[in-house]
Ligand binder design. Sequence first.
Ligand code: S3P
Length: 181
Amino acid sequence: MKTNIVLIGFMGTGKTTNGRRLSRKLKKEFIDTDFLIEKREGMKIEDIFKKYGENHFRKLENQVIKEISKKENKIISTGGGTVLNPDNIELLKKNGFIFLLQSSTDNIIYNLKNSYKKRPLLEKKNWTNEVSILLDKRKKLYYGNADFIIRVDNKNHYAIVNEITKLYFRNRHKKNNKNKK
Ligand code: S3P
């Protein structure tokens, strides 16, 4: 039986916020891969990018996922680029269901503009262009790797968390889960 809930999706779709709320509701420990990387390296993600580059960050991300994917009964929020490495998804799927948080470009930009977290992959000169290009490049990976798709636009956290919870309880005993929402 799969006992982890894994949240994937583009930056600014609410993976961390909803992950925290899910963790409280389901009384499962919350793990955020970016927070874990920052804690271990003693550096902010943006500084890791600046000092060592994206490739190094991706290696750290993969190391962390290798470890946490073995755990059970966790709520795992991932960074938006987790889907770039197929190994990450394969690992996370072993003990977990993959929930894609899907949002419109406008909503993503709104959230990113209001976020405390710095996103080193965005130059923030032309938000719409930058987000659309990156989103387009990754779209197939997000949709292709999701067990369930949760549309988050115009929904509050309560509704989003409820939707994920219901799907999780309805499907956790099934062996080969191919249901999509
Ligand atoms: C990234 C997303 C970020 C963080 C890093 C790279 C990406 O996490 O992991 O800046 O490649 O999309 P969030 O999705 O939480 O913003």
